[in-house]
Design a protein around this ligand. Structure first.
Ligand SMILES: Cc1ncc(C[n+]2csc(CCOP(=O)(O)OP(=O)(O)O)c2C)c(N)n1
Length: 664
């Protein structure tokens, strides 16, 4: 007679097997191999509430090996989350809540989008950092309002990806004791055995990062897994890696332990053989024994009791600490205090030229007064990106209430950690580096945009004007790349006032990330900039006539150049308009009448000026217009010289403009 645990574990296995079989695609191997370990975690340890999947103090569970999505869907279904058996049967189908890889926002209980290996692991590090920061802020003696663990399940692929090294190193440094990773150590990836490529000692590697490393010899042994997780939880000074030895496709007689079961249906014969092997009824598919539902219902009951206790605790806290409770609500609401809009300091940047990165730094000092939950930093470039919050502490294990994060030279992990912080809730994360190093964090930024997370990226040193550091440090194609990322807002302000608007926009945005792209070099403070920048593009000079001879369209550091060129052209008798295009996406979101007013269709003569790759500007320039951009990698020389050589000087703009005007 099998015990209920074994029947429950097999239920998870066969839900995965049958779902993949029906979809004719998917990854049965991981759910079959890791079912017992995940089941142990979820039933014996995980603090969560199926009736309230967003409960703030729930433990987080992240399936970093996202291809094993059926593992988490099966658990969510059995625990009574809003995920019916019908949804499981519709695995990977159009409109189902069971997409191929877990997607944040689609399935209740899915904490983040995973699939690109290693990202979930790094998100988990961010969540554990958020937990620590918020615990320091809100917990009071007898009121552990924030006191949860972050668990992640990662595979060989996650461990191989560089991002997990960056993130694990950061987690070890921060001594994130409430972070626990179950490593599905099955020694198989797509191409075959890890003997082919991955022969390092992962345990020693993590030990060197400062992790506690534990081993489970047989991942099917619930008692062993239970013991290891108990041990992991005891160590609050180190994150824990539990190396769980498993067999991919466990139970499949011909395929267990082979790469063949990683990412393909078992096939009907092997399904039948597996069911026979594990003493499971061949029919019906998607069989869930009644006693298994009852078994999970009992766990669900105890989960919900924990949540109810927490609710009572919070109500007591509200009485004893009313100010903190109000603050809690403010922090978790994500709202931006409306008073920011009338703060005169965000409108007055004096007359002295300044780099927009410096203006951004000044703006941040003001914003943090309104939003003390700003939490972020830089990948070892804080002095250059100007993102240090001056009155705030550093976030370190000895100062968990700090707001300034040193990410170290780990852009990729920074990107995913920021998303993890945002996903956790309660904080407004930001991160910064040079624009050219966006390349190093791109995969994480893509996922943030996909998930609709309002993370803020500050990318400085935004063009070839960087100068002496040369082509390796001079971004060219990055702007086009960022702008082509769906759901990304990119703002490249021209002066202090536009920078303040850009920040306000980024903070107000709730449904996706914003990149603030700032100059290294000083830029003049311009007349006519300010609130209009919220529209993304606006007339900064030459409102009249309604149909000028020429429109110059520029962003960021090139706006002042466009204004100078305008003066020269006006002296030559041309009527010229300058449009500051701080954000193409925001401008394109305006109504057609507004866009027509700024860029009348009748004005064919248009010249776009931006010190970046011209891709994407063609439609703004139109068939008769032109773009002054850059289509190679820049050069090593002082910034003004590089800009001049690449045609970012008044005479070159005037010359090009006259060419257009004469061919009109
Ligand atoms: C960044 C990234 N590269 C490649 C892939 C494609 N891929 C999906 S699973 C996988 C192998 C993962 O092996 P492992 O983590 O051991 O999973 P298991 O075979 O145990 O299911 C690969 C290469 C991916 N999802 N993400």
């Amino acid at each position: 007679m099998k015990d209920i645990d074994e029947i429950a574990v097999n239920t998870i296995r066969f839900l995965a097997v049958d779902a993949v079989e029906k979809a004719k695609s998917g990854h049965p191997g991981l759910p079959m191999g890791a079912a017992a370990a995940a089941y142990t975690l979820w039933t014996r340890f995980l603090k969560h509430c199926p009736a309230d999947p967003n409960w703030t103090d729930r433990d987080r569970f992240i399936l970093s090996a996202g291809h094993g999505s059926m593992l988490v869907y099966a658990l969510l279904h059995l625990f009574g989350y809003e995920l019916s058996l019908e949804e499981i049967k519709n695995f990977r189908q159009w409109g189902s809540r069971t997409p191929g890889h877990p997607e944040f926002g689609y399935t209740p209980g899915v904490e983040t989008t995973t699939g690109p290996l290693g990202q979930g692991f790094a998100n988990a590090v961010g969540m554990a950092m958020a937990e620590r920061r918020l615990a320091a802020e809100f917990n009071r003696p007898g009121y552990p309002l924030i006191d949860h663990h972050t668990y992640t399940l990662a595979g060989d692929g996650c461990m191989m990806e560089g991002i997990s090294s960056e993130a694990a190193s950061l987690a070890g440094h921060h001594r994130l004791g409430k972070l626990i990773c179950l490593y599905d150590d099955n020694e198989i990836t797509i191409d075959g055995s890890t003997e082919l490529t991955f022969t390092e000692d992962v345990g020693k590697r993590f030990a060197a990062y400062g992790w506690q490393v534990l081993t489970v010899d047989d991942g099917n042994r619930i008692d062993q897994v239970e013991e290891a997780i108990t041990e992991a939880k005891k160590d609050l000074a180190r994150p824990s890696l539990i190396m769980v030895r498993t067999r991919i496709g466990c139970g499949a007689p011909a395929k267990e332990g082979t790469a063949g079961v990683h990412g393909a249906p078992l096939g009907s014969d092997e399904v039948a053989a597996t069911k026979q092997n594990l003493d499971w009824p061949l029919d019906p598919a998607f069989h869930v024994p009644r006693e298994v539902y009852d078994h999970f219902a009992a766990y669900r009951q105890s989960c919900e009791e924990k949540k109810q206790k927490w609710d009572v605790l919070f109500e007591k806290y509200r009485k004893e600490y009313p100010e903190e409770a109000t603050k809690w609500e403010r922090w978790f609401s994500g709202e931006v205090p409306p008073e920011i809009a009338s703060d005169s300091r965000l409108r007055d940047f004096g007359e002295d030229p300044d780099a927009t990165r410096a203006s951004s730094g000044k703006v941040m000092q003001i914003l943090t007064e309104y939003l003390p939950n700003l939490f972020g930093g830089s990948a070892d470039l804080a002095a250059s990106t100007k993102t240090t919050l001056k009155d705030k502490d550093e976030f370190q294990s000895a100062s968990p209430g700090g707001s300034n994060i040193h990410f170290g030279v780990r852009e990729h992990a920074m990107g995913a950690v920021l998303s993890g912080i945002m996903l956790h809730g309660g904080l407004r994360p930001f991160g910064s580096t040079f624009l050219v190093f966006f390349d190093y964090m791109k995969p994480a930024v893509r996922l943030a945009a996909m998930m609709g997370l309002p993370v803020i990226y500050i990318y400085t040193h935004d063009s070839i004007a960087v100068g002496e550091d040369g082509p390796t440090h001079q971004p060219v194609e990055q702007l086009a790349h960022l702008r082509s990322t769906p759901n990304m807002h990119v703002l490249r302000p021209a002066d202090g006032k536009e920078t303040a608007v850009a920040w306000r926009h980024a903070l107000q945005r709730r449904c996706g990330p914003t990149a603030l792209v700032c100059s290294r070099q000083k830029l003049p403070q311009l007349e006519g900039t300010g609130e209009k920048a919220f529209k993304g593009g606006y007339i900064i000079s030459g409102e009249q006539p309604e149909e000028p001879d020429l429109i110059l369209i520029a962003s960021g550091s090139e706006v002042s150049l466009a204004l100078q060129a305008r003066e020269a052209l006006e002296q030559k008798g041309f009527k010229v308009r300058v449009v500051s295009m701080v954000s193409r996406e925001l401008f394109l979101a305006q109504d057609p009448a507004y866009r027509e007013k700024v860029l009348p269709a009748a004005v064919k003569c248009r010249l776009v000026i931006e010190a970046a790759h011209p891709l994407g500007w063609e439609s703004f320039a139109g068939p008769w217009g032109a773009v002054i951009g850059i289509d190679d990698f820049g050069a090593s020389a002082p910034g003004p010289k590089v800009m001049e050589k690449y045609g970012f000087r008044v005479e070159a703009v005037v010359e090009k403009a006259e060419e257009l005007l004469s061919s009109d």
